[in-house]
Ligand binder design. Structure first.
Ligand SMILES: Nc1ncnc2c1ncn2[C@@H]1O[C@H](COP(=O)(O)OP(=O)(O)O)[C@@H](O)[C@H]1O
Ligand SMILES: N[C@@H](CCOP(=O)(O)O)C(=O)O
Length: 312
């Protein structure tokens, strides 16, 4: 469970008066998630999810929540922010930006099957089509982000990992990002950020990594996360092919995107190896905090570089 900011019943009841959602009857911290504080919130009108946003500043929320609103209005299955009575998409509780969402049915995935991977490929492509109608705002140049974080972590690593990191930063830094189609993306579409009822997608959640960057990067984050089993150290090539095919049924890749797919998968693996190392070496204090093991992403990156994990 990740709860960084505690909220009392009285504080929450008073905060909910800013919405038209009824009176608080019960609430509990959610046993999942890494970066933000989440609570299930029950009122006499239904169940909601409250997020106290810890991972990004309030200035980014109009972009993030505006993106989610745009997707939801255009019928992409995703959690929908509830508007405050003032019309705003977020408020403030205990000095943190606070977002109330509708509660989706089903559960986040741990081990997605091939059919669910196919469904997510199609949903991601629709996401990119819809987001391409929005302006490119909050641009994130991931290789630069990796370089800066890599420099902070460098002295914490073994000599072997320092050398490995330097080589990976150099190789992934060679992509020319300016040639790639880009727009607002999810940027963290792991199976635990997709709620499913059986094989049916009830909605995408956790948009707090959203930024504008190449669509190919978002696709590669998703391919890595859905097709690589970190415990078994296995890359499921069939599943990856199916996910990619279902994506391309909706949004075919450009030739340049096809050509850069393998190195972009390395970039995506590197990005999450580094953020997990950051969470390990520089943890954020909290009442109850979940971390994900960096080693899984490093093994993925090693397999991608060695050419053992690939899509035909
Ligand atoms: N709209 C929602 N409906 C139902 N459950 C949700 C919703 N949003 C979040 N959750 C639950 O909360 C958990 C943590 O949410 P998440 O946004 O992934 O947190 P974090 O930003 O900390 O990673 C999810 O795994 C899911 O179980
Ligand atoms: N998906 C990332 C961790 C980011 O945390 P999230 O709970 O906000 O998705 C990873 O697996 O490293």
């Amino acid at each position: 469970m990740s709860v960084y900011t505690s909220v009392s019943f009285a504080e929450l009841a008073s905060y909910l008066e800013h919405y038209n959602v009824g009176a608080l009857s019960h609430y509990e911290g959610i046993s999942a998630g890494v970066e933000n504080t989440n609570y299930f919130v029950d009122t006499d009108q239904g169940r909601y999810v409250l997020t106290l946003v810890e991972s990004v500043s309030a200035e980014k929320l109009p972009f993030i929540l505006g993106l989610v609103d745009h997707l939801a209005v255009n019928n992409l299955p995703c959690a929908q922010p509830i508007h405050l009575n003032s019309g705003e998409l977020f408020g403030e509780l205990n000095d943190k930006p606070a977002v109330l969402m509708n509660c989706l049915s089903g559960a986040p995935l741990t081990k997605p099957n091939n059919q669910q991977a196919l469904v997510i490929g199609e949903a991601l492509a629709k996401f990119h089509q819809l987001s391409s109608r929005l302006p490119v705002e909050e641009y994130s140049h991931i290789p630069q982000w990796c370089n800066e974080l890599g420099a902070k972590l460098f002295e914490k690593l073994s000599k072997a990992d320092q050398d490995f990191l330097s080589d990976a930063l150099m190789a992934t830094g060679e992509i020319d990002w300016t040639t790639l189609p880009a727009g607002p993306v999810h940027a963290d579409l792991f199976p635990d950020n997709a709620m499913f009822d059986g094989n049916q997608l009830s909605g995408l959640i956790d948009f707090y990594h959203a930024c504008s960057t190449p669509y190919l990067y978002d696709l590669c984050v998703t391919l890595n996360a859905w097709c690589f089993d970190e415990q078994l150290n296995q890359f499921d090539q069939d599943k990856a092919q199916q996910l990619l095919a279902s994506y391309e049924d909706v949004r075919p890749l450009d030739p340049i995107e096809h050509a850069l797919l393998p190195i972009m998968m390395q970039t995506a693996a590197l990005r999450f190896w580094l953020s997990r190392l950051r969470d390990y070496h520089f943890p954020t204090a909290g009442e109850d905090v979940t971390q994900k093991a960096p080693e899984g992403k490093q093994r993925l990156l090693k397999g991608l570089i060695a050419g053992n994990f690939h899509i035909n």
